[in-house]
Design a protein. Structure first.
Length: 254
């Protein structure tokens, strides 16, 4: 079995079909797909049909990881939703539907009450000030792009590693190297500020979002479907003059 590019076929009509197929082929997880849950009734809120589909997909995926394929365990680097956990719940105090928590920086992702009847609402992430308990909201991606990003870009696997490189956004030499990398892949698909690159047994994504810790850098992440896949390794070494296949970013030469 191997991975054949599929993300580039996603559109608004087939997004759930393609994502389920991606999960099956890239992660080798067959979703258990329990009986569909009406999360609006369960949480005591009114939500759109599309939001309910997303919550069911998240729930099925989480259950499949825990109870299905034991290769995928809750570990910081070894499974889908890397460094994050699903927390489907409704915060009545803040009128906020919680979807996901990022473990390292304690960002919470979700949907505001005023957007719960929209089919493709804006996702917000919020941070709680540990001293004042004040909540600050930041606008993130729309729901469909959020779903694609968190399933298709955080795609590290137990049998391979995920390699991330922060690169300066105003460095001409690096821009040329990134362009060369893009041309090496067979498919290029952009969702908001995320560009996903695909070829057989390899996925890369470029995040053009300005990160909180620095507005001067973007990030490049490269994933291999299997550890023995050599041509992407050799190409990365060639393009970036990378002295060793490692996620240590200082091994890149600018």
């Amino acid at each position: 079995m191997s991975y054949s590019p599929i993300i580039h076929t996603i559109n608004n009509r087939n997004i759930f079909i393609v994502l389920i197929q991606f999960i099956k082929t890239w992660y080798e997880i067959d979703l258990l797909q329990t009986e569909e849950i009406n999360f609006g009734d369960r949480l005591g809120i009114n939500i759109s049909e599309n939001i309910n589909k997303v919550l069911n997909l998240f729930s099925d995926l989480n259950n499949s990881i825990i109870y299905g394929n034991k290769k995928y365990i809750h570990s910081a680097f070894d499974y889908i939703f890397t460094n994050q956990r699903l927390i489907i719940s409704y915060n009545k105090k803040d009128d906020f539907l919680l979807l996901l928590q990022e473990g390292q920086q304690d960002f919470f992702y979700g949907i505001k009450k005023i957007d719960l009847l929209k089919e493709n609402p804006t996702i917000y992430r919020f941070i709680i000030n540990s001293k004042t308990q004040e909540i600050t909201y930041y606008e993130d991606l729309c729901l469909s792009n959020f779903l694609i990003k968190h399933i298709c870009t955080n795609c590290s696997k137990i049998k391979t590693k995920s390699y991330m490189y922060l690169f300066p956004k105003n460095h001409d030499a690096i821009k040329n190297k990134i362009a060369e990398l893009i041309n090496y892949f067979n498919f290029k698909t952009s969702f908001d500020k995320i560009t996903i690159l695909e070829k057989n047994d390899a996925i890369a994504f470029i995040d053009y979002t300005e990160h909180d810790y620095s507005s001067e850098f973007y990030s490049l992440t490269i994933n291999k479907w299997e550890e023995k896949q050599k041509d992407i390794t050799e190409k990365i070494v060639e393009i970036f003059e990378w002295k060793g296949w490692s996620d240590n970013t200082n091994r890149f030469k600018l």
